[in-house]
Design a protein around this ligand. Structure first.
Ligand SMILES: Cc1cc2nc3c(=O)[nH]c(=O)nc-3n(C[C@H](O)[C@H](O)[C@H](O)COP(=O)(O)OP(=O)(O)OC[C@H]3O[C@@H](n4cnc5c(N)ncnc54)[C@H](O)[C@@H]3O)c2cc1C
Length: 194
């Protein structure tokens, strides 16, 4: 997967330490912190309001020239007391992966301890395309319940098979399914029962 993080100076050093994309993975450890959610969509607004279970100090920055949060989600943000900044992250200060301040193109200094970036992700499916594997409309690899793709003998597992549940446990489960199914595929015909 290619997660779409903001590319400010040294951004990679913050990934997984204080810059995240997944509330399920990193939300709990961010409880009580100064949280900034970056994103310009209803998904970002939704994640920001879910964060209110974990912290009282949440700000949403659209980090885009477009602002697509609709009236319903804008109302939810307002009801939750979450300020919305229509501004972009210009640069960040911090050390050893820990973010301390975000500077916006509008000139604001935002204190931050955890930055959740909800700007989407793109599955990397060049190999699948080369093999002629069918993709879903959203770009992910189509598989059945045994992780079979549309091409005989080609199996796919993990983040690239679905938009949601990007978790180690899901990837390991699908990997095990794919390995079993691929092993069976390789049996000579006389050993197969179908
Ligand atoms: C910051 C962060 C925090 C996370 N926290 C959690 C967490 O707390 N709990 C949890 O369950 N999940 C977490 N996840 C999600 C979890 O890491 C993924 O869901 C899981 O790793 C998916 O496994 P995968 O095998 O599909 O992909 P990956 O683990 O990404 O493995 C794909 C591998 O393929 C390699 N590769 C890519 N292209 C090619 C190519 N062309 N040729 C050869 N090799 C290639 C890559 O280098 C990589 O090693 C987190 C993810 C991130 C980014």
């Amino acid at each position: 997967m290619l997660d779409h993080y903001p590319h400010f100076r040294d951004w990679e050093s913050y990934v997984g330490v204080s810059m995240f994309w997944c509330i399920t993975c990193d939300g709990y450890e961010s409880r009580g912190k100064k949280i900034v959610v970056a994103g310009h969509t209803n998904d970002a607004a939704s994640e920001a309001t879910q964060m209110t279970r974990l912290s009282d100090d949440i700000t949403l920055i659209t980090n885009s020239h477009v602002h697509e949060i609709d009236v319903r989600f804008t109302a939810r943000l307002a009801a939750a007391g979450i300020p919305v900044l229509h501004d972009k992250i210009h640069t960040a200060e911090g050390s050893d992966g820990q973010l301390e301040t975000l500077e916006t193109t509008g000139g604001l200094q935002l204190p931050v301890e955890a930055l959740f970036v909800i700007q989407g992700a793109t599955p990397q499916v060049d190999l699948a395309r080369m093999l002629g594997v069918q993709l879903a409309g959203n770009g992910f690899v189509l598989v059945d319940t045994e992780q079979k793709t549309s091409v005989d003998g080609v199996y796919a597992a993990g983040d690239l098979t679905q938009l949601h549940s990007h978790q180690v446990s899901a990837a390991v489960h699908e990997g095990a399914q794919a390995a079993s199914a691929a092993n069976y595929f390789l049996y000579p015909e006389e050993l197969k029962d179908d």
